[in-house]
Design a protein around this ligand. Sequence first.
Ligand SMILES: CC(C)(COP(=O)(O)OP(=O)(O)OC[C@H]1O[C@@H](n2cnc3c(N)ncnc32)[C@H](O)[C@@H]1OP(=O)(O)O)[C@@H](O)C(=O)NCCC(=O)NCCS
Length: 209
Amino acid sequence: MQIIPLAPTHAADAARLHILGQPGTFLTTLGPGVLTALYRTLPRTRAGFGFAAIDHEANGVDEAGALLGFISATTGVDKLFAEIGTTGLGTLLPPLVGQLARHPALIWRSVQTVAYPLLVGGDENGPPPAELLSIMVEPNLRSQGTGTRLLAALVAACQERAILLLDVTVDASNEGAQRFYVRHGFVHHHDFTLYARRMAQYRLAIPSG
Ligand SMILES: CC(C)(COP(=O)(O)OP(=O)(O)OC[C@H]1O[C@@H](n2cnc3c(N)ncnc32)[C@H](O)[C@@H]1OP(=O)(O)O)[C@@H](O)C(=O)NCCC(=O)NCCS
């Protein structure tokens, strides 16, 4: 297994893993088309970055390799939304409009998603924390250290970017993920409600490199 930077070519597989890893959540209900467009756009932005765990043996050296897991993050959700709004809309809008037309109930949740940076709040002074957006590992490969390797790559990237804090928001009912974050040094920061669900925000102080 190799850890490499997340690229637009991983988008469809990342969407598949996202849907498997986060059943019943808002982004998953937007469907594979919207998620693929999101993961195609994110690595093209300046504010978005991430890593992919690749099994090169699965497809041979000339192929892209199977995606075993991935992690994605942004230096700021507000900056990421702004970039998607200006450069990524052509990719994202067609599948999003189609899905919202089919499921109008999702429109309000989309509005909440755009308002999300306000909900989590920026209560402190100093540089704003980066945000871990998603970490997903192929279900039958979990508990074998892939998530740990992906997180280590992300933390190293944060050190290179002089990022001091990394936040992650997790559904309060996702006890497994919270165990994973706490084991890796994240500390519970605060709780809030999003999409009528209880969310827990955790924070990692990035160790100096
Ligand atoms: C959380 C996750 C990325 C961890 O990846 P991983 O490769 O299993 O991580 P590691 O092998 O490095 O560490 C395993 C630890 O993660 C935690 N964990 C959380 N959810 C887990 C799950 N569904 N299965 C196994 N371990 C899980 C446990 O603490 C586990 O330790 P244990 O095996 O001693 O119980 C992975 O379990 C996953 O994809 N979960 C579903 C998606 C999700 O909830 N993502 C986080 C919210 S964005």
